[in-house]
Every structure is written in structure tokens, then in C-alpha cells.
Write a protein that binds this ligand. Structure first.
Ligand code: PMP
Length: 426
């Protein structure tokens, strides 16, 4: 019998490029048909055949309190009744800004925007505007949204500026982006020695989640903090994914490092489009209307999305929230690892707070190069075996997974049982 997902996918491809509005959803690397989701609740979502899955995508991070949490839904409904958008300031935006500043001490002022891409792009412009420098450093494998300067891969050799990874990005933009190795502090030091006075900023995912899960070493981030201060470059932590996900104070609270700017998204919108960037007022004062760095948005600080964000940020402050989220995530990756060992599969796994990575490699990868050596064919087989068992993992070997507060012991145990059967098939 043809699945409704197949019918919808065929139909979607006629009106939408690739049938999806964000590429990884299309299942290109794992093959097969993406599920078209009709509803979600707690740790589950249902597809167009009304089949229920345990969801480990969690909307790629936002769904930390579980899908359709009654408090968040109620906040959205109440806000919607009062009006959808005003284009004039509201008290909710102040509450949101105050809460972010309270929870992330390195942020003293914050601006709300509508996507992580927009937040990272704006943070870069701010860093460039404040320093008067053009060049930026990013790290291979980190994703910061799809602003032109950030869609750049490493050039060949140290101190070679990057090449565009996307058609449509002018070489003239890419040439200002230097792409270095993640977790290589010496290379960073050498680069700063050479051209430190030309660098506007370093942008990094302190716990990388866009090349599967790869936490930074403390030494890497400490070195970054030191050289940025020494050379007057702005240190930007992109915590769109790790913020309010790995700990209440984000990765910066775990590593005890204060960046100059922080980029946030995902969890702070609780599933609606909210993102933010913030830091010290000395930097933030460069933004319009106070300063010369322009940045704006018709729907920035939207009352409905901010209501969803505030309700979510309230829930995650409950005592023990992150202890429990971390424990459930640890239980999951331990279960995966033991099941793989029993089946004699070269496999490892890792987690930080409510974020996890599974690797078809005997040891946890410590660098981008090691990550790229993971066995993607094995992952793809495993992914489909799990999907057949009603467990929805990220459809790519190079994405992190996400656990919510609604992933109970029963849900985790059902997932491990599915994984045990899936590993046996590999
Ligand atoms: N930065 C990071 C670290 C991300 O993970 C993402 C999205 N996955 C972005 C930026 C871009 O955010 P958005 O998709 O909301 O534009």
C-alpha cells in the first residue's frame, strides 16, 4: 500500500524545491521518504499515516520541554488573542531580554531576531563594525546559519582564506573568512601571531552540533579567549544549539568562559521563530539606533513567539530540570553503546546535557577529520532500522540528536530495545 508520506513527498516536490523547506529534511543522505508530520506531543510525533515515532530531532533542538507542552501552548494562545504583531515595543520583549541576561551572565544587553542565521549574521556585522576589521575566523564543521561570510570551507593550507561552499557566495566575501581546525589551539595561536590585528572576530560552536556532536576541549576555548583578548578580536560563541540545551547557562557556563557576544536561538523560542544575540553594552551600543551598525526586523520580538519563549524559559528553570535531562540523555547513549558492544559493532556515543551524538567509529571522534571517518553506510542502515521500529533519529550521520524532558524511562528503554534489534541487523 502506498504511504501517505510518499504521496505528499511527490506532491511537495512539484511546488517546493526538493519537496522541503530546509535541505536535511529531504532524507538525501539516508535515502527514502521523509515523514510528513501531522501532530506532536511530548516525546512523540505522528506522520501522515498516523504512525507514531519517538522523536530525537525535537525540531532540531527547540522542543526541550517536549512537544506541545500545555504551558507553552496556553501562552501562545493567550498572546495570539491579544494580537499577532504590532511593530511597536512590548513589555514581553523586556521580560525576555531580562531573563536572558539573568540566565547568561556574559550577556548584559540582547537583541531579539527571528532565526539563528539572522542572529549570527548580525553578530558578525556588529563585530566587524565595532572593530573596524573585515576578517573573521570560523572552524571547519561548525555551522552558523547561511549568511554569505559563513558558507565557506577551508582554503588549502594555513592562512589561505576560504572558498565558498555554496554557489551564489562571491569569492570576494569568502576571502575574508579564514577557516581553521576545530580543537586545534596551536593553529589558532599561530594564525593570530601572523594576522591577529586584522581579525574582527572568532565565531565558534563551543559544543559543536552540526558535524554530529563534538564538544570543544577546554584548552581550545581557553586559548581562543586569551588570543581574542590579546589581539582585540571579538569572541562569539554560537550557542544557537547549545544554549539552554547543554546547561541552563549554556556551554559557556560549563567551560566557565565568557565570550564577548553570544548567539542564541532554538530553545529560546520554544518552537516558534525567536533567536537573539547579546553581550557587553560596550559592543551592543554600536547597534542602530544608538550606533552605526544597522540591524532590524519587522517581526523581531514578535509578541506570540516571545510568549512561547518566555513560557519555555520558565519551565527549564525548574529545580533539577537539567540534572534529569542530562541523566536521561546519558542513559540513552549508554544503552546505545552497550547494545552496539553486544553486537560487536564499532560504535561510540557521547552527550552533553540534552544533546547527543552517535558515531559509527570505535572511539569518539575528537576532530572534524576524525568525524568524517565515521561509517556513514552503517549509520544509514541503522537509521532506517530505527525508523522501521518507530524511532526517528536525525536523517544524517553528521547531526546531533536531542532529548526532551518528556523522554521518560519507558521511552528511553523502548529506544534502546529498538537499537539492540537494529545493531543485530548490521
Ligand atoms: N547556529 C547554529 C549553531 C545552528 O545549529 C543553527 C541551526 N541549526 C544556526 C546557527 C542557524 O539557525 P537557523 O536555522 O534558525 O537559521
Amino acid at each position: 500500500m502506498t504511504s501517505n508520506n510518499d504521496i505528499l513527498f511527490a506532491r511537495a516536490q512539484k511546488s517546493t524545491p526538493g519537496g522541503v523547506n530546509s535541505p536535511v529534511r529531504a532524507f538525501r543522505s539516508v535515502g527514502g521518504t521523509p515523514r510528513f508530520i501531522t501532530r506532536a506531543e511530548g516525546p512523540y510525533f505522528w506522520d501522515a499515516d498516523d504512525r507514531r515515532y519517538i522523536d530525537y530531532i525535537g525540531s532540531w533542538g527547540p522542543a526541550i520541554v517536549g512537544h506541545a507542552h500545555p504551558d507553552v501552548v496556553k501562552a501562545v494562545q493567550d498572546a495570539a488573542v491579544r494580537g499577532l504583531s504590532f511593530g511597536a515595543p512590548t513589555e514581553g520583549e523586556i521580560q525576555m531580554a531580562e531573563l536572558i541576561c539573568q540566565l547568561v551572565p556574559s550577556i548584559e544587553q540582547v537583541r531579539l531576531v527571528s532565526s539563528g542565521t539572522e542572529a549570527a549574521m548580525s553578530a558578525l556585522r556588529l563585530a566587524r563594525g565595532a572593530t573596524g576589521r573585515d576578517k573573521i575566523i570560523k572552524f571547519e564543521g561548525c555551522y552558523h546559519g547561511h549568511a554569505d561570510s559563513l558558507l565557506v570551507k577551508a582554503g588549502s593550507g594555513l592562512l589561505t582564506f576560504g572558498n565558498p561552499t555554496s554557489a551564489g557566495v562571491p569569492e570576494d566575501f569568502a576571502k575574508h573568512t579564514l577557516v581553521l581546525d576545530y580543537n586545534n589551539p596551536q593553529q589558532l595561536v599561530d594564525t593570530f601571531k601572523e594576522i591577529g590585528d586584522q581579525i574582527a572576530c572568532v565565531i565558534v560552536e563551543p559544543v559543536a552540533g552540526n558535524m554530529n556532536l563534538l564538544p570543544a576541549t577546554p584548552e581550545f576555548l581557553q586559548t581562543m579567549r586569551r588570543v581574542c583578548t590579546q589581539y582585540g578580536a571579538v569572541l562569539i560563541f554560537d550557542e544557537v544549539m547549545s544554549g539552554f540545551r547543554v546547561a541552563l547557562g549554556g556551554a559557556q557556563s560549563i567551560y566557565d568562559i565568557q565570550p564577548d557576544l553570544t548567539v542564541l536561538g532554538k530553545v529560546i523560542g520554544g518552537g516558534l521563530p525567536v533567536a537573539a544575540f547579546g553581550g557587553h553594552p560596550d559592543l551592543m551600543q554600536h547597534l542602530a539606533p544608538l550606533g552605526g551598525v544597522y540591524q532590524a526586523g519587522t517581526l523581531s520580538g514578535n509578541p506570540v513567539t516571545v510568549a512561547a519563549g518566555l513560557a519555555t524559559l520558565k519551565l527549564i528553570q525548574a529545580p533539577g530540570f537539567y540534572t534529569s535531562l542530562t541523566a536521561q540523555t546519558t542513559k540513552l547513549v549508554t544503552g546505545f553503546t552497550e547494545a552496539a558492544r553486544a553486537a560487536n559493532i564499532a560504535f561510540s556515543a557521547n552527550s552533553v546535557g540534552g544533546m547527543f551524538g552517535i558515531y559509527f567509529a570505535a572511539e569518539k571522534p575528537l576532530s572534524y577529520t576524525e568525524m568524517m571517518k565515521c561509517d556513514t553506510a552503517k549509520f544509514n542502515t541503522f537509521f532506517h532500522a530505527m525508523l522501521d521500529a518507530d524511532v526517528y533519529l536525525a536523517p544524517s550521520a553528521f547531526e546531533a540528536g536531542f532529548v526532551s524532558a518528556q523522554h521518560s524511562d519507558d521511552v528511553i528503554n523502548a529506544t534502546i530495545a529498538a537499537a539492540t534489534a537494529a545493531f543485530a541487523k548490521l
